[in-house]
Design a protein around this ligand. Structure first.
Ligand code: GAL
Length: 686
């Protein structure tokens, strides 16, 4: 069983860079960490040259000395493969390992993640260094697990090297077999793009207005995902040979153009996430609107991570200001915010919290990206706060292994995620709805899960959700339609929005009556549709007396089948009176087709009318600025209350519980300070 996610306790760690500091500091640093409650360090992810300073010349002593010390002092270690930063000698001698921009210009030494996954030379050299690391250090007592590379697809998630084109051709040959079926799948008859030899096919290249065949781009993103996964697998297969039984393999993320679910199934024991909510206060991300979720939005990312690994780790948790010398200016966390963001992670399923980083770098691009300690290393406010966080983590440790509870879910799949990125029509509706549904759920205190319709999902797993939104699955497959039908037939409530089901897996439009494969399930027909015209003003929908604001797009609906019922109509423009919302009884459940994108207000009405808003109202009454997240273990519920506001507020607890920070029984009005958190244990049986 893994040392850090054993389901029994919460564990604290930090990221450490022995190569950045005089060796004389190591012992004192490790001792101070242990005194703070930090029992794990992650090391070596950018330190290739420390072990192979010149090609084929391996020197192990540096990390041996560090690991000796860790062993001696009882510090546990997550050891990383160093492949995110190839050494200068390597890229100089083998420039084919470099990634390139769309015009073929190579990304040179000096940054990081400038390699490509498909270079046969780089894969060979990475396999070699992974084997050297794993075979030499793998038996160390202090090592408890391994991290592959660092943040796959961070910084660049597009790859245009020659090796990528070679890999793309192979990927397509395997997928389509013949050029004829590739031409068919990509609709190359349009604009005379027909291919007559595999050598004519490239990863996207520079074109007018950067418009490349969309079906080609969709396959290209699939290639990137597959390349990153096989790059990780190459390393994890080697580590497995050498690591001690029980040591885990993970990687940290999460980034785009990567099927993190498959990655985890194939190569990892669990997924870890790097959580930096301070970005929300960064110069380039700060949103003036008071209604914005800001750092609370990180709960959305954490919910995505939970869809990959229900219990996960945070490999890098914010502990200081953000800042590169070239970008990303954000303030030092205010008193309480480190605790708040840590508890946000734990509330969503993280049982391991590792702070980035112990000491702030005194050199390089990231010298303003602060860790726990500033340059001098003196004790400071952030270190004191982290000591207190550790005490809190000890006090609530029994939540470890508890599963996040949600009755509402948002369905997702990678085909639609990627299509929404490359297709503007899809992007516009998706962005509005994803943001709005999440915000509505947060503000109505309705916990929510993301569920990916992956090949390995067991359809019955959906049944635990009372309501599932699948906002704009423009791409629909027979397999996914079948899963949705089963869910609804067995009593589930499915809500889909406009533009559902009009494409197939290649991203081409289907010639069925819309919504295509979802027509029967939703009892809906769509004879006409349109973007909301810029001069249309506010377009509204009347849902049995409640007014909803439509957004971006309108599908003009008609009922199809005897079990369909019109629940709402448009009240604006030339389509006033036309159905906008249809509910279809299907088996034991209901499928709803909503002809537009979801505004926050509309999403809130759906949650309320479908009876899933505020599921914990019987236990606790909360102000809007607080998030509630609940982890459940047996009959015990752990209520995490997180106040993202700088001012204090109060809640009303209706059922007696235990404040786990203090061990005291609590009931009634409870004060929550600005940026304050509470963990209350409630057992509804007792
Ligand atoms: C992460 C990365 C770290 C560090 C940090 C701050 O994305 O994994 O190595 O760069 O951001 O920029």
């Amino acid at each position: 069983m893994s040392e850090i996610l054993d389901g029994k306790r919460l564990v604290m760690g930090t990221c450490y860079y022995p190569e950045h500091w005089p060796e004389s500091l190591w012992k004192e640093d490790l001792q101070r960490m242990l005194d703070t409650g930090i029992e794990v360090v992650r090391i070596a992810e950018f330190a290739w040259s420390k072990v192979e300073p010149t090609e084929g010349n391996y020197i192990y002593e540096f990390f041996d000395r560090f690991l000796d010390l860790a062993d001696e002092m009882g510090m546990k270690v997550i050891f990383c493969t160093p492949t995110a930063t190839p050494p200068a000698w390597l890229t100089e001698k083998y420039p084919e390992v470099l990634n390139a921009d769309i015009q073929g210009n190579l990304f040179r030494h000096g940054m990081r993640r400038h390699y490509n996954y498909n270079s046969p030379v780089y894969r060979k050299l990475c396999a070699q260094i992974t084997e050297k690391f794993a075979s030499h250090y793998g038996n160390r007592k202090c090592i408890i697990g391994w991290q592959i590379d660092n943040e796959l697809n961070c910084e660049k998630d597009l790859f245009y090297s020659e090796s990528d084109t070679e890999a793309f051709r192979k990927f397509l040959q395997k997928k389509y077999g013949t050029l004829e079926s590739l031409n068919e799948a990509w609709g190359t008859v349009f604009w005379n793009q027909t291919y007559t030899a595999w050598e004519e096919i490239y990863v996207p290249r520079y074109t007018y207005s950067n418009s490349v065949n969309p079906h080609q781009v969709l396959d290209y993103i699939r290639l990137i995902s597959e390349s990153a996964r096989s790059f990780a697998k190459l390393q994890s297969d080697i580590i497995r040979i050498y690591c001690k039984p029980g040591d885990f393999i993970t990687t940290n993320g999460m980034f785009d153009h990567l099927d993190n679910h498959k990655l985890t199934e194939e190569s990892l024991d669990f997924y870890t996430y790097d959580s930096y909510p301070d970005f929300a206060y960064g110069l380039d991300m700060y949103e003036e609107d008071e209604g914005e979720l800001r750092d609370r939005k990180w709960s959305r990312n954490l919910s995505e991570v939970r869809s990959v690994s229900p219990i996960f780790g945070i490999m890098e948790q914010q502990s200081g200001a953000c800042g590169w010398t070239t970008r990303l200016e954000a303030p030092t966390p205010r008193p309480g915010q480190i605790t708040l963001w840590t508890m946000q992670s734990i509330a969503h399923g993280a049982d391991y919290i590792s702070y980035f980083r112990w000491r702030t770098a005194t050199m390089g691009t990231e010298m303003y990206w602060h860790g726990i300690l500033d340059y001098s290393g003196r004790d400071n406010r952030r270190l004191r706060e982290i000591k207190q966080v550790h005490e809190k983590m000890q006090a609530i440790s029994e939540v470890a292994g508890g599963i996040y509870e949600a009755e509402v879910g948002i369905l997702k799949d990678y085909d639609n995620n990627w299509d929404a990125e490359i297709d503007n029509w899809h992007k516009r509706v998706d962005q509005v709805s994803q943001k709005s549904i999440y915000a509505a759920a947060q503000k109505t205190h309705t916990p929510l899960d993301y569920i990916y319709l992956t090949d390995s999902l067991k359809p019955e797993e959906l049944q635990k959700y009372k309501v599932l939104f699948y906002p704009h699955a423009t791409i629909m497959s027979e397999g996914r339609a079948k899963i949705l039908k089963e869910y609804v037939a067995n009593g589930g409530t499915l809500v889909v929005g406009c533009r559902s089901g009009y494409k197939d897996l290649t991203g081409k439009c289907v010639m069925y009556k819309l919504p295509g494969l979802l027509a029967e399930l939703t009892g809906t027909d769509i004879p006409e549709y349109s973007f909301i015209a810029p001069d249309a003003g506010t377009v509204t929908v009347d849902w049995e007396g409640t007014t909803l604001e439509a957004a971006v797009f309108t599908d003009l609906l008609e009922m199809a089948g005897e079990n369909a019922e019109v629940k709402g109509t448009y009240t604006s423009d030339y389509y006033a009176g036309t159905p906008a919302l249809i509910c279809n009884q299907y088996g034991e459940g209901q499928a709803w087709y909503y002809g537009t994108a979801f505004t926050e207000g509309a999403a809130k009405v759906f949650l309320e009318k479908l009876g899933v808003a505020e599921p914990y109202a019987r236990l606790v009454e909360l102000p809007a600025e607080c998030e509630i997240a609940v982890r459940k273990k047996g009959e015990d519920r752990y209520l995490f209350i997180l106040n993202y506001d700088k001012d204090s507020t109060a809640l009303a607890l209706h059922k007696e519980g235990i404040n786990l920070y203090t061990g005291e029984s609590v009931l009634g009005r409870i004060e929550v300070p600005g940026y304050g958190t509470l963990v209350i244990k409630v057992n509804e049986i007792s």
